[in-house]
Design a protein around this ligand. Structure first.
Ligand SMILES: N[C@@H](CCC(=O)N[C@@H](CS)C(=O)NCC(=O)O)C(=O)O
Length: 251
């Protein structure tokens, strides 16, 4: 969707910034035009732009407009809600066009929509075991010793995937069409790719099938390819024993 002034999405290093990926992927998937500005996470060079635009000092932040009309949206969940309210004709919770979603009285739309919102909220507010022990590190495969909390998060995530995908085709997103839930779970897919095999964590066939579908998504491939050109190592975002690297740091 085109606007008089493109929104600007400020994001962090693509190899590491899982919240940035969620917002970026959501805008791309729902065909929202925007400019992006990448800042270095945890680096003094980013202070000026964060001071100017990011009330929490964190990314992603979406900004557009000037002066009193400037719109600033911080926090990924707020960016998703704002995009749904103002920036796209597609309902991000079902992946259907808003006119179709409004005119249908089929209760399955409501059930999918509320399920999607619930798992997005669950991802946003919880699943801290996997988020803290398996930080996104796209270029690496790494061996970790997952705690019980991390393994139970993975089991919960696999249950969500199996429940959403049970009667869908093998290349399907969680609700058929791409929705906000796929954007919010995208970093999980990249985390499983980095840590699962290398740490002896066995995944369900349905999880592997969904990982393949997501890794075939052209926007995720674009983000991943950009991440692989990055060379900065952020110690705070590294975990485990690196087994192998791809991209610029492997050369
Ligand atoms: N709840 C926030 C989390 C944002 C967040 O933690 N962003 C990280 C990058 S993925 C960040 O800016 N880290 C830099 C810092 O904490 O100083 C959201 O959903 O956007």
């Amino acid at each position: 969707m085109k606007h008089s002034q493109e929104p600007l999405l400020i994001i962090g290093n693509k190899n590491y910034s899982s919240w940035s990926l969620r917002a970026w992927l959501l805008l791309k998937a729902f065909d929202i035009d925007f400019d992006e500005q990448l800042i270095e996470l945890l680096h003094p060079s980013s202070k000026k732009i964060l001071d100017e635009h990011a009330p929490t000092g964190k990314v992603p932040v979406l900004v557009y407009g000037q002066g009193d009309d400037k719109v600033t949206v911080w926090d990924t969940l707020a960016i998703a809600i704002h995009a749904n309210d103002y920036l796209t004709d597609i309902d991000i919770w079902t992946g259907l066009s808003k006119s179709d979603a409004d005119t249908t009285d089929d209760n399955s739309h409501r059930i999918n929509s509320v399920y999607c919102q619930s798992i997005v909220a669950e991802m946003h507010s919880g699943l801290m075991g996997i988020r803290s022990e398996m930080p996104m590190n796209i270029r690496a495969t790494a061996n970790i010793q997952p705690s019980g909390e991390c393994l139970s998060d993975i089991a919960r995530i696999e249950d969500i995937f199996a429940d959403c995908l049970k009667s869908r085709s093998t290349d399907s997103y969680l609700f058929g069409q791409f929705t906000a839930a796929d954007a919010f779970f995208a970093p999980v897919i990249l985390r499983l790719q980095t840590y699962a095999d290398a740490s002896g964590i066995k995944l369900q066939p349905m999880t592997k099938q969904y990982c393949d579908a997501m890794l075939n998504n052209p926007h995720i491939q674009t983000w991943r390819n950009a991440a692989l050109t990055e060379t900065r190592i952020i110690e705070e975002d590294e975990a485990g024993q690196i087994v192998s690297l791809v991209g610029a740091l492997a050369e």
